[in-house]
Write a protein that binds this ligand. Structure first.
Ligand code: PGA
Length: 258
């Protein structure tokens, strides 16, 4: 983390978990545990579409933001089953995850669709959490850095510099670490996050690159968060499993506040 240069963001990704009736109990348990939580560290929960109205209502005024886990690249029209960026912002959604590896793996998302969605999200006030990361096979082939470089370059194609970049977070999520309990070592995670920052500097400039939040995701939990967040280029986390447990999620948010 480097608090002087950029914001720290801890985002929970609930994936296809939780029910509307469970959100208040989650919030009631979480909030007292993060009472020391301050403005420079943002915290958010990304829920399934159907839970967004309840989550927005429950977290209103708490300082904890609410995000979606996906969105359509299209503005409106005949796209059955899809949800647009405008529909998300219309109800007050503040974040949207784009290109999560589960969407790439199971629902055919590509670097190109991630780019289209990122451009569509930037037309709204939402912050886009753009996910990149390699599979185990790709890591073993030694192509992690080149692959992640291409993912970032393509995701940000035609994304202008300046203010727009303030609405982009890059989440580095090695696919082999997601939901497996296998976390990247802080050093390995730092290495790739630094590669990402160097790509951003090439695409924009050093100053812009230094201002962009880069999260790590993949089995980040209450035990390993502190060490990961201590790395200079890791500015937060995208947290799956551990974000379903208020106590574990609170430990991670508090680790980001130290
Ligand atoms: P995990 O998920 O923390 O359960 O590994 C992270 C993610 O998929 O964003």
């Amino acid at each position: 983390m480097n608090r002087e240069l950029r914001k720290t963001v801890i985002a929970g990704n609930w994936k296809m978990n939780m029910l509307a009736s469970e959100i208040k109990a989650f919030k009631d348990e979480l909030m007292p545990l993060i009472s020391g939580y301050s403005a420079w560290c943002e915290a958010a929960i990304c829920t399934p579409f159907v839970l967004l109205p309840s989550a927005l209502d429950v977290f209103k005024g708490t300082g904890v933001g609410v995000g979606a886990q996906n969105m359509s690249q299209h503005e409106s029209g005949a796209y059955t089953g899809e949800v647009s960026a405008t529909q998300l912002t219309d109800i007050g959604t503040q974040y949207v995850i784009i290109g999560h590896s589960e969407r790439r793996q199971y629902y055919g998302e590509t670097d190109e669709s991630v780019n289209e969605k990122t451009l569509a999200a930037l037309k709204t006030p939402m912050t886009a959490i753009v996910c990149v990361g390699e599979t185990l096979e790709q890591r073993e082939q030694g192509i992690t850095n080149s692959l992640v470089t291409k993912q970032v370059e393509t995701a940000l194609k035609n994304v202008p510099g300046g203010e727009e970049l303030g609405k982009i977070i890059i989440a580095y999520e090695p696919v082999w670490a997601i939901g497996t309990g296998k976390t990247a070592t802080p050093e390995d995670a730092q290495e790739v996050c630094k590669v990402i920052r160097d790509v951003l500097a090439k695409l924009y400039c050093e100053k812009s690159a230094a201002s962009i939040t880069i999260q790590y995701g993949g089995s980040m939990n209450d035990k390993n968060a502190k060490e990961l967040l201590a790395q200079p280029d890791i500015d937060g986390g995208l947290i799956g499993g551990a974000s379903l447990k208020p106590d574990a999620f609170a430990v991670i948010i508090n680790a980001a506040n130290q």
